[in-house]
Ligand binder design. Sequence first.
Ligand code: COA
Length: 320
Amino acid sequence: MPARIIGTGSALPEKVVSNQDLEKLMDTTDEWIKSRTGIEKRHIAVTETTTSMAVEAAVRAMEDAGAAAEEIDLIIVGTVSGDMCFPSTACQIQSAIKASNATAFDINAACAGFLFGLSIADAYMKSGAAKTALVVGAETLSKMMNWEDRGTCVLFGDGAGAAVVRSEEAGIISMVQGSDGARGNALVCHNREVNNPYVKNSCALDYTSMDGQAVYKFAVKTVPLAIMQALDQAGVSADQVKYFILHQANIRIIEAVAKKMSQPIEKFPTNLQECGNISAGSVPILLDFVNKEGKLNKGDKIVLAGFGAGLTWGAAVLTW
Ligand code: COA
């Protein structure tokens, strides 16, 4: 049986940083950021960590689902900004919530991380290997930004979103994923360099760098295609979809996708205005906002779509 989302949760850092706040830190303007991206503010971690936000989001999702920790048999976290190389963020969540029956691991599919995680959970459920899973997207991207590079740091924020998914009759109808490693240079953050008794490197950690226009062109071309492919496989028309919950990178990308799909922009909820781009966290956080606003009814058809570094992309059609 497929995976069905039965509860959602999210957690954002307390500190809110507006575009005006950034004007005081660097040579930028509210007008530039808003007109190019739609972003007005973002939450930035001061006391929070990737794990603390992931745990908070997971606990809220479990409360929303009415799921107990011992029922969780799979925990998947999409993240590129875990607090530790190991243990994984997923294992740290397992420990915090005492989900002792779960198998837990992280995946790196950047901003498509939640979609990739959902597809793995769906495959586990269809094979009978899991019944109730936590799928989480959690990021502290602010630690990976060069705060002197105004072209990237203004775009991103921190936060976590989670969903409890359960093997049920109706749920995910179709999923499409893809990757194009050949174009990976468009969005890059290096890890530690080789450093051992035979090679001496500085071991300084790198920051995020991006070819913004290349990423933009990739997104507006690939996302509508992936969504249309997923809709086609599901036998669901775009008109039947209540909401398209897209990765929150840029309002212009979302508008372009809506236009390409001939769908009204009202069907594309957004929270990038207050959250910026939270990579793997964006889709589950927005899904939680929409869910908690009471906008989703049982039986609604929903599309989720993510895209980002890799390059990677994923789209899902599901019944709420
Ligand atoms: N404030 C003010 N000026 C800025 C700025 C900032 N924060 N960041 C860049 N600029 C300047 C540039 O230096 C450049 O100046 P120049 O013309 O004097 O060289 C000018 O603005 C235009 O920059 P450009 O990069 O051409 O702008 P753009 O129209 O392509 O918009 C992005 C930049 C990043 C907003 C846009 O390319 C984008 O959104 N791309 C997608 C990125 C994305 O979503 N990434 C994550 C995917 S998961």
